[in-house]
Design a protein around this ligand. Sequence first.
Ligand code: FAD
Length: 380
Amino acid sequence: MRTLPPKDILIVGGGWTGLLLAKELGARTSLSVVVMERGGPRTTATYFEGMDELDYAIRSRLMQDAAKETVTFRPTSKDRALPIRQFASFYPGTGVGGAGEHWNGMTPRFMPECFELRSRTIERYGANRLPANHSIQDWPVSYGGLESYYTRAEQLLGISGKAGANPFDGSRSAEYPTPPQKAMYFSRLFSDAARSQGYHPYVMPSANLSTTYRNPDGVVRPPCQYCGFCVRYGCMVGAKAQPTNTLMPVIARQKNVSVQTGANIRRVLHEDGMATGVSYVDADGAEVFQPANLVVLASWTLNNTRLLLLSRIGKGYDPATGEGQVGRNVTHQATSSVNLFFERPLNRFMGPRPILSRSATWMATTSIMAPSISSVAHTS
Ligand SMILES: Cc1cc2nc3c(=O)[nH]c(=O)nc-3n(C[C@H](O)[C@H](O)[C@H](O)COP(=O)(O)OP(=O)(O)OC[C@H]3O[C@@H](n4cnc5c(N)ncnc54)[C@H](O)[C@@H]3O)c2cc1C
């Protein structure tokens, strides 16, 4: 196995998490930092043309190719684990920018009670309301402790929104850096209906810019063109904040940070409880050792867990005994949605974030909870 010159800090994965950490380390230290990403490089120019709906939205061009590398799944520990051949409930990112390239860009803050779900549930409904084997916990951080970081993140990404639009939001130290996006026709229908029922619809805060914006790093991005190619696509004008258009322009100028693509990390190597680096397979299939003083896993929750287990770090979670921490409570995201049928076309092919074109169907569907523009704040 070939051994490379050592680095101070090695970050596994080049998505929002890994590249943000690299950018901050590059700005605040002179440490040598390498981001190791299994996929290939990308820039905004990658998305200038060829937005093919079949290729991107249905065949998931930007995401992990399950025909080449996948994960296994079993409904219970008694079942045989089988490989997932088509991702559906989650879409792992790959390549520089990771899932942040093809994300939706919906960016509401958690409400303060989300951080105290266990205590608030018990306070309101009593401990008996929670099932015996539940694993609900309060977060170790509070909304107040995170507030200033939310503000920094919103300024970095140029989040569009209106403070106070959701009357149940936590307190804020600053207004959103850009105004809310325009509400599309179908969102207005939804808003009117929700308002008539006593709810408080508002335009979802979004990482899609409503105006030209210069962020604190000096990165300038143009406003959204409402073309409709958002989720599952990269933004062709750079209006949707993505690691490639928001972080990479800064990283590209940092002499102490490098991004290595085509590096599929197989193991974190360690001695006496200390990481010494990683072994990876390069684009030619050769196994390489990259030594480092510090290894950071930023390859997304599921991949981080997998790497820890493969590297024999920590104790794997055993659902039978409830012991072990690695992999415990691993989850992706849970969204519920309600489909409604309309008698007139909603023109959902345009505007921010439609998933698929629905121009050809007269009975269009819209989704209340997740991938839509409006969000509803409940009154009770
Ligand atoms: C379709 C979709 C829509 C979404 N919409 C929203 C939204 O509207 N709002 C919101 O807040 N969130 C949204 N999300 C979630 C959000 O995009 C992710 O939470 C976020 O991008 C995760 O960033 P990350 O850096 O932690 O991981 P990732 O973006 O997954 O980056 C991890 C990187 O690590 C690399 N990697 C993995 N394993 C290895 C390995 N062994 N060796 C080397 N590299 C490796 C991957 O290739 C990848 O590039 C969405 C996600 C998807 C898939």
